[in-house]
Ligand binder design. Structure first.
Ligand SMILES: C[S@@+](CC[C@H](N)C(=O)[O-])C[C@H]1O[C@@H](n2cnc3c(N)ncnc32)[C@H](O)[C@@H]1O
Length: 241
């Protein structure tokens, strides 16, 4: 994949949230942004598809933020729930910046995992990300009396931590219920203090309910704000063990 640095400047004007990423120097931001734009430059709404993928995937600003977070030293481990375009964007940025960070993904669908792995191989990024096929099963985590499913191989993913960045974009949750709520209680001990946790689809009632539940579970140990970009992103910081 060719990284087109000249595209960075015009895109950067629209991505003010990156200004706040204090750990990243300008050079690093240039590379990370260029990677994100290189991967997501052909959006489905432009009629072309994201890197050949027909639908779905993170938006360009989300991609830029993820690229920057994943490739910022000293990040070593990134956990992703629900891989896809986002995986490619992050892996590409890590490769370009040249850190030793690695992405571990949990994916419930065997077929989708195969597609993501094939894409990673096609771009020579397979050593940067691994995809654990992990069917959903009851998690034991209840919100409002309802139990939600979670990735069955979560303990294998936990063993590859601790994580500095966590991106939660799965399992699919389009019915307004907090289906991603098991993420933090089941991953908490394998997330480093100071880590950034990003939850996509932040404007949906189910994702808002997840954040509300987490803030209740970890008072004083979690900070959350909703970024008004793409589909809305919750940016959380683990501030205490
Ligand atoms: C919101 S999507 C994850 C999107 C991913 N983070 C990205 O940036 O492309 C959640 C789940 O939907 C499924 N999925 C995503 N895109 C798909 C597609 N184009 N076709 C079939 N399933 C898809 C996968 O199982 C994935 O884990």
């Amino acid at each position: 994949m060719v990284v087109e640095h000249h595209r960075f400047d015009s895109h950067r004007k629209r991505s003010s949230m990156l200004d706040g990423i204090a750990t990243a120097g300008r050079h690093h931001l240039n590379i990370a942004m260029a990677c994100a734009v290189g991967v997501v430059r052909t959006r489905p709404d432009c009629g072309v598809g994201v890197d050949g993928w027909p639908v779905g995937g993170v938006g360009p600003r989300t991609g830029a933020l993820l690229a920057s977070l994943a490739s910022a030293p000293p990040v070593r481990r990134v956990l992703e729930c629900g891989p896809g375009t986002s995986t490619l964007v992050m892996a590409r940025a890590i490769e370009e910046v040249g850190t030793d960070a690695r992405i571990v993904c949990m994916e419930h669908s065997c077929a989708w995992a195969r597609i993501v792995r094939r894409r990673l191989r096609r771009h020579g990024l397979q050593r940067r990300a691994s995809v654990l096929v992990s069917p959903l099963r009851p998690s034991g985590v209840r919100i409002g009396g309802e139990e939600f499913a979670w990735y069955s191989r979560c303990s294998a993913a936990r063993a590859e931590g601790p994580y500095d960045v966590v991106f939660i974009d799965g399992p699919p949750a389009t019915d307004g219920r907090p289906r991603r709520a098991p993420a933090l209680p089941l991953l908490w001990d394998s997330i480093n203090v100071g880590a950034t946790i990003i939850l996509d689809d932040g404007r949906r009632p189910g994702e808002r309910a997840c954040v509300e539940a987490w803030l209740g579970m970890y008072p004083g140990r979690l900070r959350a704000d909703l970024l008004d970009i793409d589909k809305g992103l919750w940016r959380l910081e683990k501030t205490g063990a």
